[in-house]
Design a binder for this molecule. Structure first.
Ligand SMILES: Cc1ncc(COP(=O)(O)O)c(C=O)c1O
Length: 390
């Protein structure tokens, strides 16, 4: 064999029987082969197990799917290239022309925009309510056939809670699917509810290290089978290397999430009594209007703390810029603490009334708490509040 040929057919290295890698290898291969056509066709037709083409299935992404399904307590998962890839996969595979969707003003803005801008072109309509408006949910579902109710809890950024049991019950009573974007609460929360589909942005707490994007749809087998048929055609897949990074992140998910919640609670309590701070939005505070609901439906209260600066928008900007350990950037759930200023949180697609309903003010700041030492984080918040007051 000449060298260019050998370079394309390198020597095989197989592990002897009884010898395993402690960390599974990344199957960074688009293609998989069998020795003959009949076996290949049997695998392609699902008559025998096997892999063929990574847009359809890949051992590394499949390992991640199986793990995520178990962590969320459901039958199966599909992983996607981003959280929005998961949202798109769900919407494009379940909605038909003319369908109606119930969403909320607190829903992640790109999800709202996908429904309005992309699905709207196919005649899909969207009604937006406030997440606490259960009477409105009942009224809208009774008035219009609705394909799905899409919601989040806690909501972004001011950590309102959806009453998951009530919303899910209302959706099912009126023949709609209950779809929960569980990215903020995490894979260990909300498994006890009769949710049809969970959506996750793996970019956040699941992977945790700000170095990989991913998404997941998790649910029961029949629904997932239907979605997978379309997912393979839509092609919003996760690359095996990205899946490996998410798998690696998940090894420390529980430790990271617990540490973030502990620090978030300390910071929320500190902010709640600080004179430069108006209102603090954190479900773990007894002053949170849904603290009792949070205790009942969540195992913990999350790593996101929002608050309003008493000194108004100028003080909020000064606070964000004065922080030294918090990155002034998007997303939540990283090992590094992050901050978003009011101007970055403003939802321009909402009407003035919807913006008021969302509870985000001109002086609202969102903190995503990382795993740095809590004393360092408190010292940084303290000095930034002092500078914001100056
Ligand atoms: C609640 C929620 N859902 C979905 C997404 C989208 O995830 P990604 O950025 O991975 O596409 C985000 C991102 O911030 C989010 O906060």
């Amino acid at each position: 064999m000449k060298k260019p040929t050998r370079a394309n057919h390198p020597p095989a290295v197989t592990l002897p029987a009884g010898n395993r890698a402690l960390v599974d290898p990344i199957y960074q291969s688009v293609k998989f082969e069998f020795d003959d056509v009949d076996t290949t066709l049997a695998a392609l037709r699902g008559k025998q197990p096997g892999f063929f083409y990574s847009r359809v299935a890949n051992p590394t992404t499949r390992q991640l799917e199986l793990l995520l399904a178990e962590m969320q307590g459901r039958d199966d998962a599909i992983v996607t290239g981003s959280g929005m890839g998961a949202v798109a996969t769900v919407l494009l595979s379940l909605l038909r022309q003319g369908d109606h969707v119930l969403g909320f003003v607190e829903t992640y803005a790109p999800t709202r925009r996908m429904l309005q801008r992309i699905l709207g072109r196919f005649g899909v309509t969207l009604t937006l309510l406030g997440i606490a408006d259960l009477a409105g949910v009942e009224r809208v579902l009774a008035a219009r056939p609705t394909r799905l109710v899409l919601f989040e809890s806690p909501t972004n950024p001011v950590t309102k809670l959806a009453d998951i049991e009530r919303i899910t019950g209302l959706a099912h009573r009126h023949g709609a699917l209950a779809v929960l974007d569980n990215s903020f609460a995490g894979l260990h929360n909300h498994g006890q509810f009769d949710i049809d589909l969970y959506i996750h942005s793996l970019t956040k707490f699941a992977s945790g290290h700000s170095d990989v994007m991913g998404g997941a749809v998790i649910g029961r087998s029949e629904l997932m089978r239907t979605i997978r048929q379309d997912h393979i055609l839509i092609g919003a897949i996760l690359d095996p290397h990205a899946a490996f990074l998410v798998l690696r992140g998940l090894k420390t998910y529980s430790l990271r999430y617990r540490a973030m919640c502990d620090s978030a609670q300390r910071i929320a309590e500190f902010l709640a009594v600080h004179p430069a701070v108006g209102r603090v939005h954190y479900p773990g505070l007894p002053s949170h209007p849904q603290h009792v609901l949070a205790r009942a439906q969540m195992q913990d209260f999350g790593g996101v703390v929002a608050f309003d600066l008493a000194g108004g928008p100028g003080a909020a900007t000064a606070f964000c810029e004065a922080l030294e350990l918090f990155g002034l950037t998007a997303s939540v759930g990283s090992t590094e603490s992050l901050v978003m200023a009011p101007q970055m949180l403003k939802a321009h697609d909402l009407t003035a009334e919807e913006q008021r309903l969302s509870g985000v003010s001109e002086s609202t700041v969102r903190l995503s708490i990382g795993i740095e030492d809590i004393e360092d984080l408190l010292a940084d918040v303290t000095q930034a509040l002092e500078r914001a007051q100056a």
